[in-house]
Design a protein around this ligand. Structure first.
Ligand code: F6P
Length: 365
């Protein structure tokens, strides 16, 4: 039968293991031969022991584990054509014509490029030996499917990415802990959350914790935000609140694109003499067990990825598995990458009105 290879790449996210498990088991159920790849695209380039034939038991007991037991990497070599040529060689030699990649936007861009270059890479490889020429017949077409696992929820055209819900639970439980000590000491707390260029984790955490103020990359504050924020903090104290909570996304900036840091916020608050502390959650958000939601989302998406491969024909465009309104759907890989690129441009041009529309209206309401 045909072969499928599965890898996890980029920053890890809770639920990656559950995703690998679902892909592998659905693939074996449908009588595919399944290869697992260690250390992401780097393993695909290195080959040898990094690409191994797996069976049903290879993914036993990992559904509930965070991280990725396959290992991951942000591979600079795969960004070079020479790296992708080595990856193509390994796929050809093992007769693998289906690739499932689990990761963030960088990973999706990686498989998109590999897919687009595939014919050129193959023609370059077949010129080098007759053995490759024979093997290449079986893999003249490379089918790719993307599964978005990233705590940032920054991917276009899907409601949720795998790992986001778990990261949010981590943030909310940290916030609950902060609230008790902050209340005892009548303090103001600034919590920095992850999300790279996306404010989703910040918005969701603020909604779940009654935060007093929020900074996100997509909605930079007007000039004079320091005074407005302090007024609000004092108003909340006057209304009986014993503490204040401010959430700041790691990528937050002002209207001129200058970063807004927790220290800068703290300095502003000290003008109104509120005792202030900073907590930077960091990688705690990405570690630990996946939530029930992420385990189930990962399992549903993983199974769908394999079904998507089954449905491909020679004219199919590559797909990414998404969730829209609680239904698992397939979206075009090329389109979603184009959307991500245009969002990036809007952010670079600081065209925040268009960013708000692209990201969802809740950022401005
Ligand atoms: O993309 C996930 C993420 O955790 C971002 O939120 C963060 O900006 C980045 O990865 C951190 O990267 P690294 O783990 O390489 O420090």
């Amino acid at each position: 039968g045909q072969s499928i290879a599965i890898l996890t790449s980029g920053g890890d996210a809770q639920g990656m293991n559950a995703t690998v498990r679902a892909c592998l088991r659905m693939a074996i159920f449908l009588e595919y031969k399944v290869f697992l790849i260690k250390e992401g695209f780097q393993g695909l380039i290195t080959g040898g022991d990094y690409i191994f034939l797996a069976d049903w038991k290879s993914v036993s007991g990992i559904l509930h584990l965070g991280g990725t037991s396959l290992g991951s990497s942000r591979s600079p070599e795969f960004m070079e054509r020479s790296g992708r040529l080595k990856a193509a060689y390994n796929l050809v030699m093992l007769g693998i014509s289906n690739l499932i990649a689990i990761g963030g936007d960088g990973t999706m861009t990686g498989i998109n490029t590999l897919k687009q270059e595939w014919h050129l890479l193959i023609s370059e490889l077949v010129e080098t030996s007759q053995i490759i020429q024979q093997k290449a017949i079986n893999v003249s077409l490379l089918n790719v499917v993307g599964l978005v696992a990233s705590i940032d929820n920054d991917f276009a055209s899907t409601d949720m990415t795998i790992g986001t819900d778990s990261a949010l639970s981590r943030i909310v439980s940290a916030l609950d802990n902060i609230q008790t000590t902050a209340t005892s000491h009548q303090r103001c707390f600034i919590l920095e959350v992850m999300g790279r260029h996306c404010g989703f984790l910040g918005v969701a955490a603020a909604l779940a914790s009654e935060a007093d103020w929020l900074f996100i990359p997509e909605y930079p504050p007007e000039k004079g935000w320091e005074e407005k924020m302090c007024e609000r903090l004092i108003k909340m104290r006057d209304s009986g609140q014993r503490m204040n909570l401010i959430i700041v996304s790691e990528g937050a900036t002002d209207k001129n694109g200058r970063p807004i840091t927790p220290n800068q916020i703290k300095d502003a608050i000290e003008n109104v003499k509120l005792d202030t502390r900073i907590t930077i959650l960091g990688h705690i958000q990405r570690g630990g067990h996946p939530s029930a939601y992420d385990r189930i989302l990962a399992s549903r998406m993983g199974a769908e990825a394999v079904l998507c491969l089954v449905d491909y024909n020679k004219d199919s465009l590559p797909q990414v598995i998404a969730v829209e309104g609680n239904s698992i759907t397939r979206i075009s890989l090329i389109d979603s990458i184009a959307k991500l690129r245009s969002l990036k441009t809007m952010m670079e041009e600081r065209d925040y009105d268009r960013v708000a529309v692209a990201r969802g209206q809740y950022f401005v309401s």
